[in-house]
Write a protein that binds this ligand. Structure first.
Ligand SMILES: *Cc1c(COP(=O)(O)O)cnc(C)c1O
Length: 457
């Protein structure tokens, strides 16, 4: 029998996270204060995040100890298995070896609990009583709800109203884990009330939900806000994926020529890729590919610029690839990939040619996910299907070129709560959307006057 699965035991779990900020070829540019435009210090973020998390956000220490309490909770499902996709290889007739790291085995069904657990723990230690956040389709909200339950914290989630109404299952997961979930825009906040006064039927957006969550978090010293992607500390927490994968690839006697992950804010991709990116910085030849939707092409068509992470313009500005914080993407089914910006660390590594971004069409991602399900069995989250589509492209390229190469991708989560999106695909209701340049230009107008990073594009 050919080996299919490479598993580690609890005692093989990494006990330190990897922080790529220690090894960046070009250091990331500083965040800027929203009012003054001057470099922002931890004190500017202090009403929003606890100090222990802010220390990590700016840390250049290469290895950071994972607290024992965090390891204990991660061990519920970690180490996650690494698979060799023999059946997919056969279905494609490719000489490429395909491996994938399965992050869908967490209780919430994605990689997001890797950072949610850590953030809940650090908040608990810092004396936070309640964490407030936003969620689109509900992946992040459900991961944080579970993690708050583990550490005895209250959890409040503002969920984009259209998802709240159309996607009840993740809302019910949050409720089951004890979180208080409200449809956004709501009457509970200044931000929500002013939106509803103008448009009572407003379906909501991630930007609006962030505004509501931040507004509530800063009102009370024992309440903090949490973000599930984009920021440096999230990239650090997700590095456990790549550190485990490196050991498992070694068990398989393989080393990847190509690494692939889907990228919304960049965290699951970075989690797998950053430990290998260090090898690339040190001279290894690896093609590291971040995959985004063509309808929200932050990395492939957005400039590297200073912008806000939220539409309310309340959190400090960060230098990243962005489509402008007022950009509203088409309602594609991969809700987790509809963010206007990209992690500053991923953005910087694109400028330094360590990471190569690609964009794929929505229908191709579902076709890829279905090919994967019919060969490997697992039904993937729509976000994850983007990584599979790019993997299949690379595997077919290897076939054309008659080249044996090794591909490793991150299977970021299962799609069992997203079957309505598959239904829409089967019924022919999904469309591919090539974003007109005018729409991008219009959204970028709003950030034109902002300070420019040194490597502005
Ligand atoms: C949220 C999510 C993503 C995208 O977020 P990143 O921060 O870019 O990882 C990808 N896949 C799944 C399953 C998700 O839930």
């Amino acid at each position: 029998m050919k080996a299919t699965k490479y598993v580690l035991t609890e005692k093989d779990m990494p006990t330190k996270w990897y922080n790529i900020m220690a090894d960046m070829p070009t250091p990331a540019e500083p965040a800027l204060h929203p009012g003054t435009g001057q470099p922002a210090g931890p004190e500017d973020f202090a009403p929003i995040f606890p100090m222990n998390i802010l220390e990590q956000e700016n840390s250049t220490e290469r290895w950071i100890d994972i607290p024992d309490e965090v390891l204990q909770k991660l061990a519920i499902w970690r180490p996650s298995p690494l698979f060799r996709a023999h059946a997919l290889e056969k279905a494609l007739g490719t000489p490429a070896k395909i491996f994938y790291k399965n992050e869908g085995v967490s209780p919430a069904g994605s990689h997001k609990p890797n950072t949610a657990i850590a953030q809940a723990y650090y908040n608990k230690v810092a004396g936070t009583k309640k964490i407030i956040t936003e969620t689109g389709a509900g992946q992040w909200g459900s991961a944080l709800s579970m993690s708050c339950a583990f550490f005895g914290l209250e959890c409040k989630v503002y969920m984009v109203k259209i998802s709240y109404n159309h996607k009840p299952y993740r809302r019910l997961m949050m409720q089951t884990w004890g979180a208080d979930c409200t449809a956004s825009p709501s009457n509970e906040t200044e931000a929500g009330r002013s939106i509803l006064a103008k448009d009572p039927d407003c379906p909501g957006s991630l930007g609006m939900a962030i505004s509501e969550a931040v507004e509530v978090a800063v009102q009370d010293e024992t309440s903090k806000y949490a973000l599930g992607s984009v920021l440096n500390h999230v990239m650090i927490h997700q590095s456990i994926i790549g550190l485990e994968a490196m050991k498992q690839m070694e068990m398989a006697g393989a080393y990847p020529d190509v690494i692939i992950g889907s990228a919304g804010g960049g965290s699951n991709f970075a989690g797998l890729a950053f430990p290998y990116a260090l090898d690339k910085i040190n001279g290894k030849d690896i093609d590291i590919i971040a995959v985004e939707p063509k309808s929200c092409p932050t990395m492939t068509r957005g400039p590297f610029a200073y912008d806000f992470g939220d539409t309310a313009e309340t959190i400090p500005m960060i230098a990243m690839h962005t489509l402008g914080h007022n950009f509203v993407p088409e309602p594609i089914h991969a809700g987790g990939l509809r963010y206007h910006g990209m992690a500053p660390l991923v953005s910087q590594l694109i400028l330094d040619d360590i990471i190569r971004p690609v964009a794929v069409h929505q229908k191709d991602t579902f076709k890829a996910g279905i090919t994967f399900a019919r060969s490997e069995g697992f039904i993937s989250a729509p976000e994850c299907n983007h990584a599979i589509a790019a993997t299949i492209n690379e595997a077919l390229k290897a076939k054309e070129e008659g080249k044996e190469k090794t591909i490793l991708f991150n299977w970021s989560g299962h799609g069992l709560v997203d079957l309505a999106a598959y239904d829409a695909f089967f019924q022919g209701k999904l469309s591919d959307h090539d974003l007109p340049q005018e729409q991008i230009d219009a959204a970028l107008k709003d950030i034109e006057s902002y300070p420019k990073p040194k490597q502005a594009t």
